[in-house]
Design a protein around this ligand. Sequence first.
Ligand SMILES: Cc1cc2nc3c(=O)[nH]c(=O)nc-3n(C[C@H](O)[C@H](O)[C@H](O)COP(=O)(O)OP(=O)(O)OC[C@H]3O[C@@H](n4cnc5c(N)ncnc54)[C@H](O)[C@@H]3O)c2cc1C
Length: 447
Amino acid sequence: MSDRVAIVGAGIAGATAAYRAAEAGLQPVVFERLDRVGGRINSIRKGDFVFDPGASVFLPSYSHAVELIKEIGLGADLSHTTANAAFPRNGQLHEIPYGLRGILSTKYISTASKLKALKLGIFMLRNQKHLGYGDSSGIAALDTESVADYCSRELNDELHEYVAGMMVRGTWLSSTAESSVGLLLWTLKNVGAPGLHGIRGGNVRLPQKLLEGLEVRLGQTVTNVTADGDEAVVTCEGSDPERFSACIITTPADQAVAMYPQMSAVQRKLYDGIAYSALVNVSLGLATRPQIPAAYVLVAPCESDELIGVIADHVKAPGRAPDHKGLITITIDGRSAWAQQHDGEPDQVFIDKALELIRPYYGDLRDQIEEHNVARWPQVVPVNATGYFKRIAAYEQSINDRDPVHFAGDLDPVAGLNAACVSGDKAAARVVRRAANTRRRTTVGAR
Ligand SMILES: Cc1cc2nc3c(=O)[nH]c(=O)nc-3n(C[C@H](O)[C@H](O)[C@H](O)COP(=O)(O)OP(=O)(O)OC[C@H]3O[C@@H](n4cnc5c(N)ncnc54)[C@H](O)[C@@H]3O)c2cc1C
């Protein structure tokens, strides 16, 4: 059997899988339908500014991605800022320094709610060993009710709206009614660490560097993958089928189902049920720096239906804007009624809306704009609805190393660039083990 392994998708999951496969001596061939690598990670330079229109925030808990960055020689370009986050309430911005003192002193929520929030903190601490990456069985056991149901049972309205609501929508673009309480606990543990990382020159440098020197076929849309005996057969639009020793599919769920009709019932149950959140990112390169020092602003849904938050790119990472200039990204909920109503309209409509949404906190920035970028993303991350973690855990249990077709991507157990790295690593490890076993069997057979 050949050592050629097909990887479908050149996002971060596919890039990590390809890098690991090559490192183990296999020959990855990456198929990517776009004319660029990175998938939902992208970076664009316009004038003085470096925009990250896709995945933007690189959390301190992304230890797997950090190790990978160092391993491939990008460590010197990895930055860390300790800047705070800020949260609006009734038009006023509350900046909360990291740590207990910040939480105790903030007027963002009442003292009664702070005391009540201890319950949530204890719930999270008791379960924190289940709230990592790579194994969904622990979090599956917590996946019993929605965030909204948990809040009304154990917390109060203020915590529901201003803490739980802000966290699940601010980080996952989903509502408390649709999200599993497991997601809230996971977020509390992994998003709470101080500061942010950044990659100098743009986040896309990570998948680009991983894929350097490997065979990447851009502009190739895979239409079908078939497991045929010990091999995987991959067909691209307008091309003949090609045989590989294995294939790793790293596309979002609906595309994976469409290209691999042989998918098992347990995996199909997971993939068919996945809905994605949507986002319109309006990034503005500004002539001067806004005075708000926070790295990001997250907005509770009860404060705004459309505005999810603002990322201060110039604070988040070095080199996104010159020292005296600013770069901010306003994130608008793509599933909000306003965004649906204006779907397909010109960029200026979204820029005007973004300026209006942030005016109470940033003032009028209209005359400050030097460059802009509007990015519309119909698929951002899966909505982790109640029951989702149980379905992921069941799927993980069903994975068979011996199969020629494997999967990686957003499901590990919570989406994001670190999770995609972890899942790319794991899928590559399965394929590498499988290749080693095949070689061993062939050698023994030949004796
Ligand atoms: C706007 C936005 C903001 C985000 N913000 C953050 C953030 O701040 N922090 C964070 O950690 N995560 C964030 N995410 C999520 C993060 O980007 C994703 O979880 C992660 O990048 C997913 O990587 P992936 O490789 O699994 O999938 P993708 O990046 O989607 O890669 C899949 C690739 O497969 C290709 N493909 C699809 N179908 C085919 C086909 N038929 N043939 C060939 N190729 C195909 C696609 O073009 C794509 O390149 C954000 C995502 C978006 C969209």
